[in-house]
Design a protein around this ligand. Structure first.
Ligand SMILES: Cc1cc2nc3c(=O)[nH]c(=O)nc-3n(C[C@H](O)[C@H](O)[C@H](O)COP(=O)(O)O)c2cc1C
Ligand SMILES: CCCCC(=O)C(=O)O
Length: 403
């Protein structure tokens, strides 16, 4: 009764903004997320909020390049929705007063199983480009995989922070130049080569075709290779990469890569058990289950839906990582439960960078880490190794027979 009375007074005061009401100051004192008119605040509270901020911050052509997928963007939607179809099976009454999210990848310790995926052209988002992203990844104590198509050179990124970095490679028609890039990566302290295998040519990104997307300077190739794109139609980027990429690369070429570097090799873009088996037989040191953020083959499966297939084929011989559609700590939890060692984040990093620069990327990574920490607490998993297959239910999950 007393409680009801107090609540009523409070509501009246709240609505009247009586000068005596302690709640009068509420809208400002509660911070910018509080908006009494019910409008969406400009302060992001989750990773998805950065998408809209980035849309407002960027020219349409650049936003579409970052956000878009191939053709009908079926896989783009599926990458997210496949996570939504998996539920978590929490356990209670476990001591979760201390949560430890730390892991090691190829022997390198990181604060949580969340890495920065290789993405091209960070200077389209902000002037400092990949330097800002690298600093944010270092602050979050995680690994950044620098894209072959970065708009800062691998040397600039190496000297901007001393965190662990990997280098992502495409094999181009000029194999001598690919070899040179690998040697440079080795010399400048990159700890692994991530060979992207799903891009013999560029997928059809129709927004880029409509926008006549421009090419951007691939800084690592400066002075080495210039490709004069003649096409005036469609995406210049597509024309550029189709001219540059070697569409004839085959499994045998992993042997060539092995012969020119001592660095561990991860292969990115595996979606089937057949290819996972070939990759392990070919001697790679890790596999990244990826459909390139749904930018290559539309109707390729959502990555999380094929993760287990790959994990079973790999049989624990090398680490399996996953990217595509990871937007929540619960997504990270689900991927780990299905056998991934870690996940990579693509677009949210770009959106964070476009919206709020280095601090935006830091916030994106912190948000995902905080959400993972909460998910682990509420599921009864104090350490990463406590997250097991039995902590998730997938759509094809069969109830154990009761007979
Ligand atoms: C704008 C953009 C550029 C990308 N550039 C590269 C690249 O240069 N090399 C590469 O291997 N993958 C590239 N990717 C794919 C990402 O590494 C990653 O597979 C994908 O973004 C993960 O999906 P998510 O964006 O849903 O997190 C790019 C993705 C985006 C969105
Ligand atoms: C060869 C493509 C480089 C950029 C890229 O990977 C992307 O836009 O998805």
């Amino acid at each position: 009764m007393l409680h009801a009375f107090i609540s009523k007074i409070s509501v009246v005061n709240y609505l009247n903004f009586s000068t005596h009401s302690p709640l009068k100051a509420a809208p400002s004192s509660l911070g910018q997320n509080y908006n009494i008119k019910g409008k969406m605040s400009s302060e992001p509270v989750n990773v998805n909020d950065f998408k809209e901020l980035a849309r407002n911050a960027l020219p349409k052509m650049y936003y579409d390049y970052y956000a878009g997928g191939a053709e009908d963007e079926h896989t783009l939607r599926e990458n997210i929705q496949a996570f939504h179809r998996i539920t978590i099976r929490p356990r209670v009454l476990v001591d979760v007063s201390q949560i430890d999210m730390s892991i090691t990848i190829l022997g390198y310790p990181i604060s949580a199983p969340i890495l920065v995926a290789p993405t091209a052209a960070h200077k389209l988002a902000i002037r400092e480009g990949e330097l800002a992203t690298a600093r944010a990844a270092a602050a979050a104590k995680t690994i950044m995989i620098l894209s072959y198509s970065s708009t800062c050179s691998m040397e600039e990124v190496a000297s901007s922070c001393n965190a662990v970095r990997f280098f992502q490679l495409h094999i181009s028609k000029r194999r001598d130049i690919s070899a040179l890039l690998v040697q440079r990566a080795e010399r400048f302290g990159y700890k692994a080569i991530v060979l992207t295998a799903d891009t013999p040519r560029l997928g059809r990104r129709e927004a880029d075709i409509r926008n006549k997307m421009i090419g951007f300077p691939v800084k690592n190739l400066e002075g080495l290779m210039s490709i004069d794109v003649k096409s005036d139609h469609g995406s210049k980027l597509e024309a550029y990469y189709n001219e540059m990429l070697d569409a004839s690369i085959r499994w045998e070429d992993i042997g060539w890569l092995r012969s020119i570097t001592n660095l561990p090799i991860l292969i990115k873009g595996i979606l089937t058990h057949e290819d996972a088996t070939k990759a392990v037989e070919g001697g790679v040191d890790g596999i990244i289950v990826s459909n390139h953020g749904a930018r290559q083959l539309d109707f390729a499966p959502a990555t999380v839906s094929v993760l287990e297939e790959v994990v079973h084929a790999v049989k624990g011989k090398v680490p399996v990582l996953l990217d595509g559609g990871v937007r929540r700590g619960t997504d990270v939890f689900k991927a780990l439960a299905l056998g991934a060692q870690a996940v990579l984040i693509g677009r949210p990093v770009l959106f964070g960078l476009a919206a709020k620069g280095e601090g935006g990327v830091r916030t994106v990574l912190e948000m995902l880490k905080n959400e993972l920490e909460i998910s682990m607490s509420l599921s009864g998993c104090p350490c990463i190794k406590d997250i097991t297959r039995s902590h998730v239910r997938t759509p094809d999950h069969k109830l154990p027979s009761m007979l």
